[in-house]
Design a protein around this ligand. Structure first.
Ligand code: ARG
Length: 608
């Protein structure tokens, strides 16, 4: 049973598009639609070749909107054989000739060593946007080669501080989960909380000693869990009697003693309440399956690995050796206890075999890369995962850099070492509220509107400031920067969206009516550029999912606002002959912006 993973067929990313959760209107991304045409052409060009993966990419040059780049690699394959082709350019010509007739394509040309440049038809771009307005943006959803993923994120530790690293993990993980979900992948959002381990003996013993009536007063007794943790750790370090009792408490807890179990649950519950305050403000949902959940499965998994001959003795510990690594992965400590790695190996087994996840991603700081590399390598040795990282089932560590303060050091919200993330989020909100009041909104809006807008902008700003950077780089936490209404910030983008909504409102036209009766025509170059960019939304989501990089979507969103600005400054909307078409373009821009916000976990605002 434990080895079921081994017999699983490993599938490749290529052409294994899942169709289960898809509705018939879902056409996929532009790239995926073009890939279908290119694949047909490749098959017609070289009928004898069995594996032909279309290579389609958006163009950066001015000769096309997209490019098919197969000619070079195809030439390399067929060059020895007797064919009509004289080199990559002639292969490119043939690929171009063999492209099936399609309303998507306006014209094609072959450039350089055989690139096939494709210019999309204006009519088709307009039609696709209109269809999206009619049927919803789900019709563009990327088709990914998996149906179920695990995103392991947030994952703070009980009784320890939930620090900005956990905030980053929460924000990045939530976005990745949302992007997968948009792509019709079922996501198991896993909160792998650190709720097991030797520190609980110390905490429980301290609770018993300091608060004999803990069962009734536990909540008050340990309301400030971090202070409680510190006090018990202090005692643990100086009092050898206490230390011994703490060690016995661990044994009792792990042996299932009801009293110890109850105390443990109480401690976890208090932490959980604190974590939930952060999740509630951020609008993030997770399912907790902490370390303790996997604990009962550890012996069985280790036994199976042992039967495969993978576990060896080393300096009193039981370990798995990994090729290319000097130190082995310790799975049983010399005192017989399990550790972080035994739990993660077991959780991975569980996710593959019980939960049938095809892609499992772990969002933590880069400091843990080595740990995950070792765990993944062990899983490959066991045959749970294919050796090739691009094949499924697959695991990825989504590492991220540090959050820095304006002193260039690791960010702290206060001088003391107690970091309360809720305070940080509250501050972002209250700063936004103050800015709105200063602009006279208190008189203009209801109290509730003011509150909601301040929240949307404040929390949105914190999230966007984190997500817009490549996650691997460190970034500086600055309220002034993230709350600036100019530049690449959530504030600027939320305002841009609200402005588009107000253009539509002020036109006095009923947009739902226009959607039914009007037609989009892309006459002006800036209209076409905006239209093409709108259409590329799903391509970007696919790229962000595939590379696990949310910043790609932020960049797209920022560029979208720029394309819109250019369009709006050069094309009169209200009162022009093209008013209907242009209002529909405004609406389409607002719809795509809102989807971007949604995927980034940001609430849109509709008026400013
Ligand atoms: N609790 C860990 C920490 O705070 C993160 C856990 C990440 N997930 C995992 N499966 N190891 O560092």
């Amino acid at each position: 049973d434990f080895l079921r993973a081994t017999s699983r067929r490993f599938v490749s990313t290529i052409n294994t598009i899942s169709v289960s959760a898809m509705d018939e209107d879902n056409v996929g991304t532009v790239k995926q639609q073009l890939a279908k045409l290119c694949e047909a052409s490749l098959r017609a060009t070289v009928p004898d070749e069995s594996s032909l993966e279309p290579l389609v990419a958006p163009c950066t040059g001015k000769f096309g909107d997209y490019q098919c780049n197969n000619a070079m690699s195809l030439w390399a394959k067929i060059k020895g054989k007797k064919t009509e082709f004289k080199g990559p350019p002639s292969v490119g010509q043939a690929i171009m000739r063999n492209l099936p007739q399609s309303e998507m394509i306006e014209s094609c040309s072959v450039a350089g060593p055989g690139f096939v440049n494709i210019i999309l038809s204006d009519k088709w771009i307009a039609k696709s946007i209109q269809k999206m307005l009619e049927k919803g943006i789900g019709i563009w959803a990327p088709k990914l080669p998996i149906t179920r993923a695990v995103v392991d994120f947030s994952s703070p530790n009980i009784a320890k501080e939930m620090h900005v690293g956990h905030l980053r993990s929460t924000i990045i993980g939530d976005t990745l989960a949302r992007m997968f979900e948009y792509s019709n992948v079922e996501v198991l959002r896993r909160n792998h909380v650190g709720d097991w381990g030797t520190q609980f003996g110390m905490l429980i013993e301290f609770l018993f000693e300091t608060f004999p009536n803990w069962e009734d007063a536990g909540e008050q007794a340990i309301g400030d869990l971090q202070a409680f943790y510190k006090a018990s750790k202090l005692k643990f370090d100086v009092d050898s009697d206490f230390k011994e009792k703490a060690q016995q408490a661990v044994v009792r807890l792990q042996g299932g003693d009801p009293k110890y179990r109850k105390a443990w649950e109480q401690i976890c519950e208090i932490s959980r309440r604190e974590f939930n305050q952060v999740y509630q403000r951020l609008g993030v949902h997770l399912e907790e399956k902490g370390e303790s959940f996997y604990n009962p499965y550890i012996p069985g998994v280790l036994e199976a690995l042992s039967n495969q001959g993978l576990i060896e003795e080393s300096e009193g510990a039981r370990v798995i050796f990994i090729e290319g690594k000097n130190i082995p992965l310790i799975v049983v400590k010399s005192d017989g206890g399990f550790n972080y790695a035994s739990t993660d190996l077991t959780a991975l087994w569980y996710r593959l075999n019980e939960e049938k996840a095809e892609w499992i991603v772990y969002v933590t700081d880069v400091g843990q890369s080595m740990h995950f590399e070792m765990v993944f390598s062990a899983a490959k040795r066991a045959g749970w995962l294919p050796a090739d990282d691009k094949l499924y089932p697959r695991t990825s560590h989504v590492g991220f850099g540090l959050v820095l303060g304006d002193d260039g050091k690791r960010f702290r919200t206060r001088a003391s070492d107690v970091v309360r993330l809720v305070d940080l989020l509250d501050e972002a909100k209250s700063r936004c509220k103050a800015a709105l009041v200063e602009r006279g909104k208190a008189a203009e809006w209801t109290a509730e509107e003011l509150e909601q807008t301040a929240e949307a902008i404040g929390y949105g700003a914190v999230k966007y400031a984190d997500l817009k950077n490549n996650r691997l780089t460190n970034y500086t936490f600055s309220f002034d920067q993230m709350l600036n209404d100019k530049g690449n910030t959530a504030v600027y983008l939320l305002y841009a969206h609200a402005r588009i909504c107000s253009i539509i409102r002020k036109s006095g036209k009923e947009i739902e009516e226009l959607k039914k009766t009007g037609t989009i025509v892309l006459g002006h170059a800036d209209e076409r550029a905006l239209g093409l960019h709108l259409l590329q939304f799903a391509d970007i989501v696919e790229e962000a999912c595939t590379n696990l990089l949310p910043n790609v979507l932020c960049e797209y969103l920022y560029n979208l606002s720029e394309y819109f600005t250019r369009f709006y400054s050069n094309c009169q909307v209200v009162g022009s002959a093209e008013e209907t078409s242009r209002l529909l373009l405004c609406e389409a821009t607002a719809v795509v912006m809102r989807k971007c916000f949604y995927l980034l976990g940001i609430e849109p605002v509709y008026k400013i």
